[in-house]
Design a protein around this ligand. Structure first.
Ligand code: PLP
Length: 398
């Protein structure tokens, strides 16, 4: 088993995964079981009584993800939104959320169309503007939710600065699940785009990190999953209760696929980043392209923050094409190596049109304010040969 002093690549391959005690199998078995035999009523082995509550393949994945984020606790879910739903259940009617303005469309939708009906209010704010962020807090703010880099505009939010703002808020003791401990608002960072290889929000002051494991953590476009990581014992206990009570748990097979994937996360992320740097440079100099946004470009408005808080810039790029929707549509129909599809973070390159596809659930006026216009395309740069990817884009653009 790895030690805590081990570095990312070693943890990615070994954390949470001792050889199977029965056979010595080096890969964690897929424990396809819903229940476990008890020696006597209530006498269970290592807490395994029913697989919604606990399953050994899931335990291995949860320990592995926790090690990668430097967290004491990990919880796996059947989707990224399943994980978000669990966090939002920490709240009660009357509570308020400060929400980063440029979150994934589905993250906005669950607050706007589901939890708002349960009496939870939210204020969207551009979190690259710290003064605006501070004024978005109310006396009832109990949760701050941010994504960085954001989806799709790739804004980079200064996590440590937002953590400081959050810590300055008075602590409240009306969290129904922990009245004994007055708490400041809980800061959640969606680390899907960066992955733990490039950024560790808990070390910057976040209380909870969340992932859509469907993306880079899974990395092969073959599994939907989510995760929560925290080092706060009381929060972890409540989230664990909610995970079991609400039930959005992943199957053992999905956990196995994700465990296989985290073993190569560092290698994949290095190649995603190296390819994206080359493609961002290529697009920036192409006459058919009006604007390129990539945190690694010095032209990115928060490039300095990205340099400080990330260990690389990831594989996501957005570009605005000259000529609006007709040009974007033609381009998206002509690419061959880049596949036109939703999702991101797989080994294969994907491309999409946020206004029509992933962010259609964001109201048009919000999209306009954010700059998600009709000429905007989002690229998830895969780990193919960069020259082949550039040739594909070049052919489609011309
Ligand atoms: N967070 C981000 C940044 C995402 O991009 C997505 C999905 O695209 C989600 C959360 C939701 O995850 P899932 O699709 O696994 O439910």
């Amino acid at each position: 088993m790895p030690e805590t002093s081990h570095r990312f690549a070693t943890l990615a391959i070994h954390a949470g995964q001792a050889p199977d005690p029965t056979t010595g199998a080096i890969m964690t078995p897929v424990y396809m079981t819903s229940t476990y035999v008890q020696a006597s009523p209530g006498v269970v082995k290592d807490g395994y009584d029913y697989s919604r509550s606990k399953n050994p393949t899931r335990t291995a994945l949860e320990s592995n993800l926790a090690a990668l984020e430097g967290a004491r606790h990990g919880l796996a879910f059947s989707s990224g939104l399943g994980a978000m739903d669990c966090v939002l259940h920490l709240l009660k009617s009357g509570d308020h959320v400060v929400l980063c303005d440029d979150v994934y469309g589905g993250s906005f939708r669950i607050i706007d169309k589901v939890f708002s009906h349960l009496g939870i209010a939210a204020t969207r704010v551009d979190m690259t503007d710290l003064r605006a962020t501070e004024s978005a807090f109310t006396d009832n703010t109990r949760l701050v939710w941010l994504e960085t880099p954001t989806n799709p505009m790739l804004k980079v939010v200064d996590i440590a600065a937002v953590a400081t703002l959050t810590r300055r808020r008075p602590a409240a003791s009306d969290f129904t699940w922990d009245k004994a401990t007055p708490r400041k608002p809980i800061l959640v960072v969606d680390n899907t785009f960066a992955t733990p290889f490039l950024q560790n929000p808990l070390s910057l002051g976040a209380d909870i990190v969340t992932h859509s494991c469907t993306k880079y953590i899974g990395g092969h476009s073959d599994v939907v999953g989510g995760a929560l990581l925290t080092s706060d014992d009381a929060l972890a206990a409540r989230l664990r209760f909610l995970q079991n009570a609400c039930g959005a748990v992943p199957s053992p097979m999905d956990c196995f696929l994700l465990l296989r994937s985290t073993k190569t996360l560092h290698v994949r992320m290095e190649r995603h980043g190296a390819n994206a740097v080359k493609i961002a440079d290529f697009l920036s100099s192409h006459r058919a392209v009006e604007k390129v946004t990539y945190p690694g470009l010095t032209s990115h408005p928060q490039h300095e923050i990205a340099k400080r808080q990330m260990r690389g810039y990831g594989g996501m790029i957005t570009a605005v094409l000259k000529g609006g929707l007709p040009s974007a549509r033609r381009f998206l129909e002509r690419v061959k190596l880049f596949s036109l599809g939703e999702s991101l973070g797989g080994v294969e390159s994907l491309i999409e049109h946020p206004a029509i596809m992933t962010h259609a659930s964001v109201p048009p006026e919000n999209r306009k304010a954010l700059g998600i216009d009709d000429g905007l395309v989002r690229l998830s740069v895969g780990i193919e040969d960069a020259a082949d990817l550039i040739n594909d884009l070049n052919t489609a653009l011309s």
